[in-house]
Design a protein around this ligand. Structure first.
Ligand SMILES: [Fe+2]
Length: 183
């Protein structure tokens, strides 16, 4: 699926603008990570973009979350590798390759980075690793963000935390204009 079709699909399924923005932020991070690993940027981007596709329909039903999205994606003929990555962000048994593991960390770090960008006048512009790290340690900041899913990245993907945060920042900046995170 091409990116413009994928964005249209997201806009059709997601009911809230915050969901659309979250999906695009995770897409940006996943693309940057794919490039870092020499993996397929388009495929990783789609995993990020679709991971919470059914969020607005399944938010009160954790069992159905991601399965509804998988059903829509299969109907639309989306690659099974992408579908697996979408299932993996919510259900551990699908974390079978690097993309399906990476989406867990990309999801968490994008949440932290967007929250951090929103409280800066320059938004995502000029964000730096040390200030993001401070926010990571500040438990009262963006309390919904799973810190463990960020700090575990070195064990799971072999990327040191500082490097991972730097990649995350670059990924977010690559989509900042689309999600109102530019001043
Ligand atoms: Fe998410």
């Amino acid at each position: 699926m091409k990116r413009d079709e994928a964005i249209a699909f997201v806009r059709e399924k997601a009911e809230k603008e915050t969901t659309v923005r979250h999906l695009i932020s995770v897409e940006g991070v996943m693309r940057r990570l794919a490039r870092h690993f020499g993996e397929d940027e388009d495929s990783w981007g789609l995993v990020g973009l679709f991971h919470d596709l059914d969020q607005d329909q399944t938010h009160d039903d954790a069992e159905r979350h991601a399965y509804q999205a998988a059903e829509w994606l299969r109907e639309a003929g989306v690659d099974e590798k992408v579908v697996n990555g979408v299932l993996a962000h919510a259900h551990e048994e699908y974390r079978t390759d690097r993309a399906s593991q990476a989406v867990v960390h990309a999801d968490a770090v994008a949440g932290l980075l967007v929250a951090a960008a929103l409280v800066r006048p320059e938004k995502a512009n000029g964000m730096k690793v040390p200030s993001v790290k401070k926010k990571l340690k500040e438990k009262a900041f963006a309390p919904g963000v799973n810190r463990q899913e960020i700090t575990e990245v070195e064990d799971r993907l072999g990327v040191p935390i500082d490097e991972f945060l730097a990649l995350g920042i670059e990924g977010l900046q690559s989509v900042a204009a689309e999600i109102d995170l530019q001043p």
